[in-house]
Every structure is written in C-alpha cells, then in structure tokens.
Design a binder for this molecule. Structure first.
Ligand code: SF4
Length: 346
C-alpha cells in the first residue's frame, strides 16, 4: 500500500473528494475535521460517532501527525518560546505572548525566510522551505494542548519565521481551518497576517481571506527601505501603497503598518512627516516597535525620548499610533529574533 497521507494537511474540499473516490460520503470530511481540530483527536479510534468500518478505512489511508516540542523557553515577562521539530528534522519557533486580556500566539510559515530584512535574525537562515498546512496549524494545536482549559488562545499573529505571503498555497487553507467554526473557530478580527510587502499578493489578500493584514513598513524613503528590506527593490514604496489601495478591505478593518524604529536610520522627524504623507489616504493604524537589540545585528534602539516624539507627531496628525513594548526579548522571542535554534545557515 502507498504511504499513508497526513490527513491534517488536506483541505476540506480535497478530503471530501478523496472520500467520494473511495465510495464514502463527502460530508464525512467535515465530521472528521471536527474531530481533528476542534476535538484534537490523536487517533481515529477516538472518533466515536463514526462507524468502525469507516474508521478502519481512515486508518488504512491516513495518519494523524503532531509536531514535537523540542524545547520551551520562558521569559521573565511570561512569554514562552516553543522550539518545534518537523519530520525532516528542520526546526521552527512559535511564541506564546500571554497578557491579562488575551493569549496571543505568533506562528511561523516558513523554515527561514527569503526576504533578507537587515534587522531580522530569521533572515540570516535564508529560506529553507515552506511549511505545509499541517505544520502551520499544528503550532496552534501544540500550544493549545499546553494551556490550561480556561486560558484559551484568543489571537493568532503570523509574524514568526518566514514571509506568509510567500507561502500563500498553504497559508490560505491554514487560515480557513483556523476560522472554520467546526475547527478552531477563531474570529477574523483576532487573526493578523504580517507581510514585508509583496505587493501583488497584498492586492489579492482581501479577496481571499477576511483576516487582518499588517505591513512591515519600516522606512519612508526607497533608499532606506532598499537597504533594510531588500524586497523594496522589487516592490517599492509607491507600488506597496498602490497595492494597499487596491486591496479589498472589510468594513471597519484598517491596515496595520509596523514600523521598527532603528536609531539614526528611520527615526527622524523627517521620517515621521513622510510617514504621515505616505499613509494619509489609507485606513491605517501604526505600530511603533523600538528595535530589540541583539548581538548578531548592528542596529541600535532609539532613545525613549525619540520614540515618544515620533509617536506624538503621528498622534497629532490624527493617526492611531501605538508604541509596542517588545515581549520575550530575553529569550530571543521578540519580533525579528526568531532563528530556530540549532538551525544552520543556508
Ligand atoms: S522580518 Fe519577516 S519577512 Fe523580514 S526576513 Fe524576518 S521573517 Fe522574513
């Protein structure tokens, strides 16, 4: 018999089609997915509302996989970084950021990343490969299993290793499973996908998923953005903002623009002024992230005073602009610090 298929890696429609090919009712695919994701079944024998014969067929053709937790690091601020092992011995990281009101999980979409952002440790790995659907959603499964029942995961952010819009083939089916009421049942308002700025993918984003989009902007001139985010050489600021205008935005949603403040690079008042002009015509919210310094990167964090001045200018010009305090930087779990320990550079 051929190798068993990883059933969590199969989108609902494809699973229904496979069942029909085997002479089974297609609607059973939803029933099985409910067991896999909502009830987190570890084996087909747990699927008690499915006939024994059907369970035997499932057993013959499919397997239920889980990711391995290789290590767990806890920050003084409560952030927990998970090192997860994949079947081919690659490693990824996911970060749980608990707060009073919510438990946010930051998930990865690739092993490494091809985008080459100058301030990011993941970039130093290069791109090794895309994560498949199962590997993306199972990060949620692993962490959910670890949490006490009353502390459910409330928010998912795609800001871990990799560029999500460089792996859309697996990102969109994974989002569908996270949103499906019979699977993980997350609210669309509680999921955010972050991109370095793949303009053609941004244009399509709002037509393919209702979740929120964040754009890692980080510069107000092409010269600086070319230097710190090489993707800008392909899709410059103008094409990025044009794509944002063309994107379908669900009612009440705004695009979040992430802006990592790097001392002496992108944190001047001229930058603040240009930022206001660049975003003037968009429904935008700005997250300011003072850089998390680390030994493998030469950038510095601006002074507290500089950060406040920058923020004040944006607020005075009518923007929602929030300074995000980084979490988990003592365990290299903060933004731009994920590197899948033990990974070799490509
Ligand atoms: S910041 Fe994001 S897109 Fe840029 S290199 Fe790092 S993981 Fe990739």
């Amino acid at each position: 018999m051929a190798d068993k298929k990883n059933i969590k890696n199969i989108p609902l429609d494809d699973l229904a089609a496979q069942f029909k090919e085997m002479g089974l009712e297609g609607y059973r695919a939803r029933q099985v997915q409910k067991w896999l994701f909502q009830k987190d079944a570890a084996g087909f024998d747990e699927m008690t509302n499915i006939s024994k014969k059907f369970r035997e067929i499932l057993e013959q053709h499919y397997e239920i996989k889980r990711l391995t937790v290789l290590d767990k690091q806890c920050s003084v601020d409560g952030t927990i970084k998970y090192l997860l092992g994949l079947d081919d011995h690659e490693k990824i990281e996911a970060v749980l950021i608990p707060s009073e009101k919510r438990n946010t999980l930051c998930v990865s979409t690739q092993v490494g990343c091809a985008m080459g952002c100058a301030f990011c440790l993941t970039a130093q790995l290069g791109l090794k490969r895309n994560l498949n659907i199962h590997e993306i959603i199972e990060q949620v499964g692993v962490v959910r299993r670890e949490l006490p029942e009353r502390q459910a995961l409330s928010n998912i952010v795609f800001m871990g290793m990799g560029e999500p819009l460089h792996n859309t083939k697996n990102l969109y089916p994974a989002l569908a499973i996270l949103l499906d009421p019979d699977c993980y049942n997350f609210s669309r308002q509680h999921i955010t996908v972050s991109t370095a700025g793949l303009a053609p993918e941004i244009e399509k984003f709002g037509d393919l998923t209702p979740v929120k989009l964040a754009i890692s902007l980080n510069a107000t001139t092409d010269a600086v953005r070319d230097r710190i985010m090489p993707i800008n050489k392909k899709y410059n600021l103008n094409s990025l903002i044009t794509a944002c205008h063309r994107m379908t935005l669900p009612k009440r949603n705004r695009i979040t623009f992430e802006y990592v403040l790097l001392d002496g690079i992108n944190d001047t008042m001229d930058d603040a002024k240009r930022l206001v002009k660049i975003l003037a015509t968009l429904k935008a919210k700005i997250n300011l992230l003072p850089f998390n310094e680390h030994p493998r990167c030469a950038f510095k964090r601006p002074s507290e005073e500089r950060v406040r001045e920058f923020q004040k200018y944006l607020l005075d010009h009518g923007f929602v602009a929030v300074v995000r305090q980084s979490r988990g930087s003592d365990i290299l779990g903060a933004c731009g610090q994920l590197a899948g320990r033990g990974q070799s550079k490509k």
